[in-house]
Design a protein around this ligand. Structure first.
Ligand SMILES: [Zn+2]
Length: 211
């Protein structure tokens, strides 16, 4: 049993790959979903997290580590590899993770995309305000006139995809993730995947690592 940690900037296509992996029956833990679930369950930890999130503060690393390690332990009953999306995502969380698991069980998979291409991908994104379907002005345009194929509603740009916000998201990601990528690289645990290719090419590479 190994831990496959998925790393990649906004716009690298990680979400799409996670969906494909789930469809093929791989075990994937998605940190965002686990946090939401914990809050909904009103567990002790969930309550603590909710109070922090409601104040608009970042959930501290030790709390994330505590929660994720509990979930991971519940899941280690089988021999199946566990793919993890969104954890560990800070240096503090990596330290917590490494304390709990031995190096030989860890593979960090980094979906690498040039910043200019990320910007182009993210700035071209449009969504339907009604059905939330996602389009791209270049790679996946609607059939007519920037209107949703299903609802015929004019498409909009999400706040998150405004150019200044994108710039900020990418620089936050760089600052947070570059040290993590280097840390795994120095330990010889990093695998880099060129994520500027097609969805299926990237998927093939990920599955090869999982073999
Ligand atoms: Zn629509």
């Amino acid at each position: 049993m190994r831990y496959i940690l998925l790393l990649g900037p906004p716009g690298c296509g990680k979400g799409t790959q996670v969906e494909l992996l789930k469809k093929e029956g791989f075990k994937v833990l998605i940190t965002g979903d686990i946090l939401r679930n914990e809050i909904e369950k009103n567990s002790l930890l969930g309550e603590r997290i909710k109070r922090i999130v409601n104040k608009g503060e970042l959930v501290p690393d030790d709390l994330i580590v505590e929660l994720m390690e509990t979930i991971i332990k519940e899941d280690t009953s089988s021999d199946k590899d566990i793919i993890i999306d969104g954890y560990p995502r800070t240096v503090g969380q990596v330290e917590g993770f490494l304390k709990n698991h031995s190096d030989e069980k860890i593979i960090a998979v980094y979906l690498k995309v040039d910043k200019d291409i990320l910007k182009k991908r993210l700035t071209g994104r449009r969504v339907c305000p009604v059905c939330k379907r996602v389009y791209h002005i270049e790679y996946n345009p609607p059939k007519n006139d920037m209107k949703c194929d299903v609802c015929n509603e004019p498409l909009i740009i999400r706040k998150d995809d405004e150019p200044e916000v994108i710039e900020n998201r990418l620089s936050v990601y760089d600052k947070q993730t570059q040290p993590i990528v280097e840390l795994f690289e120095n330990k010889g645990l990093l695998r880099v995947i060129d994520a500027q290719r097609t969805i299926s090419e990237i998927f093939t590479d990920i599955k090869e690592i999982l073999m």
